[in-house]
Design a protein around this ligand. Structure first.
Ligand SMILES: [Cu+2]
Length: 140
């Protein structure tokens, strides 16, 4: 009985340790993913070969900044994970995606500005830009 109890204690502390690991690992992957957000653009800087997914919700884009090559034909998957319609407008070249319904994804292709620089992006649904639904398109 005493042995059993000891075993149970040991197992519990192991579980405890495993639990701590389980908590720590996603935190690290989240950090990596956050860093990878910019790095993910690395695939796209090749000029349209990479795939960019932008999650749209109230009232933000994730990632907020994407990086593309000058003049590239870029296809982004606009995934609306929110509860309202959203779209994606690029300042300077005045291109706007179709409106995306909640829970839907749309693949939208645009031609990146030929001039390197940072362009503002925002949602054209009234009020959303003011509520912070803005981002950046980095062209380099
Ligand atoms: Cu919006």
């Amino acid at each position: 009985m005493a042995t059993q109890q000891k075993e149970r204690l040991t197992r519990r502390s192991l579980l405890h340790r495993a639990g701590a690991l389980a908590v720590a690992v996603p935190a690290v992957s989240a950090l990596l993913a956050a860093c990878g957000g910019g790095g993910g653009g690395g695939g796209t800087s090749g000029g349209g070969g990479g795939k960019i997914t932008i999650e749209m919700s109230e009232y933000k884009y994730n990632p907020a900044t994407i990086t593309v090559s000058p003049g590239a034909s870029v296809t982004v998957t606009l995934k609306n994970v929110g509860t309202l319609q959203h779209d994606y407008h690029i300042d300077g070249i005045n291109q706007t995606s179709p409106l995306v319904d909640p829970g839907k994804s749309v693949d939208w292709t645009f031609t990146a500005p030929s001039q390197a620089g940072t362009y503002d992006t925002w949602c054209t649904v009234p009020g959303h830009k003011e509520l912070g639904m803005v981002g950046k398109l980095e062209v380099k």
